[in-house]
Design a protein around this ligand. Structure first.
Ligand SMILES: [Zn+2]
Length: 302
């Protein structure tokens, strides 16, 4: 896997009590800076919309998490081109960075050494931990995002991402359930990598969570609240009913934040947490309204 080293000054040390047991990650050598990219950087105009985004890399140390590097956070750049994003991520003014940027054509740029703490996540939370910059590897995918015309991620880009994630996962022994999107860990602030990101495909490659497709999804769901069965699947409803519709519906609606929290989401705003969950696990229905499928998916993911 070819990696282009384009160092950024936007990093600092991880908290000292994070044990870096693996030093095999490729170093990001400042002498490898590409002259062409450096030139682009000097001409780049700062987009005012992006001022302040993810610029909390050096603050909030009181909430620093403790432990190994144990998460991969996937982003989109939300900028017009990979070149512009690379310039921004390596510009000291921006105070943002990531460990890697993957261009739409699959080229991988390493911007910050994995041992260092890149500034990609900002204020964040997952499974009781805050400030995920401390313990994560951040990967940016070049994509025009919701600001400039959100579009599907090209095959070459996803292919490179899968290869890179496999290496990082193995290098740091990262659990599959800690390969997440930015919106998962900052649901009130972020929506990247968005509903077009192929989480299901990554899961098929052993990267990240995805619910299986089997009848267990319907267990404990009464027939009256299960949507129209797909053709040939009507038999699945008969084994599910043991509570009444009246008691089940309010209980399930009230359960939503509890289930979201159990998965790992910050439920300070349960509405934002639900939207983040849908972006990841129910991408055809990102509307903040939980339906039967949402409840089933929630239970399946836990
Ligand atoms: Zn992001």
């Amino acid at each position: 896997m070819k990696i282009i080293h384009t160092p950024s000054p936007n990093f600092n040390a991880r908290p000292s009590d994070i044990s870096l047991t693996n030093r095999a990650a490729p170093p990001c050598n400042p002498t490898d800076v590409l002259p062409a990219k450096a030139g682009i950087q000097s001409n780049f105009q700062i987009d005012p919309r992006l001022r302040g985004e993810d610029n909390k890399g050096q603050i909030n140390e009181k909430s620093a998490s403790h432990g190994e590097i144990d998460a991969i956070i996937i982003h989109y750049t939300d900028m017009e081109s990979a070149e512009a994003a690379l310039a921004w991520l390596t510009n000291p003014v921006s105070k943002v960075s990531a460990h890697y940027l993957i261009d739409e054509d699959g080229r991988i740029y390493q911007i910050v050494n994995e041992e260092h703490r890149a500034w990609h996540a900002g204020e964040s939370y997952w499974q009781g931990r805050t400030n995920l910059n401390n313990c994560s590897i951040g990967i940016e995918l070049a994509n025009t995002g919701h600001s400039h015309g959100y579009k599907p991620f090209p095959e070459a880009q996803i292919h490179s991402l899968i290869e890179l994630c496999r290496e990082i996962k193995e290098r740091w022994s990262i659990p599959s359930n800690r390969i997440l999107g930015h919106s998962d860990i900052a649901p009130g602030r972020k929506q990247d990598p968005g509903h077009l990101f192929p989480w299901e495909r990554l899961a098929r490659e052993g990267l990240g969570l995805w619910p299986g497709e089997d009848d267990e999804l319907l267990v404990n769901y009464p027939p009256s609240v299960i949507p129209e069965s797909p053709k040939g699947a009507s038999g699945t409803q008969e084994k599910t009913c043991n509570v009444t519709n009246a008691s089940w519906v309010p209980a399930s609606a009230g359960m939503t934040p509890i289930l979201l929290s159990a998965i790992g989401y910050d439920i300070t705003s349960s509405q934002h947490a639900l939207l983040a969950f849908q972006r990841h696990f129910q991408p055809h229905k990102v509307d903040g309204v939980a339906d039967q499928e949402t409840y089933a998916l929630l239970k399946k993911i836990i």
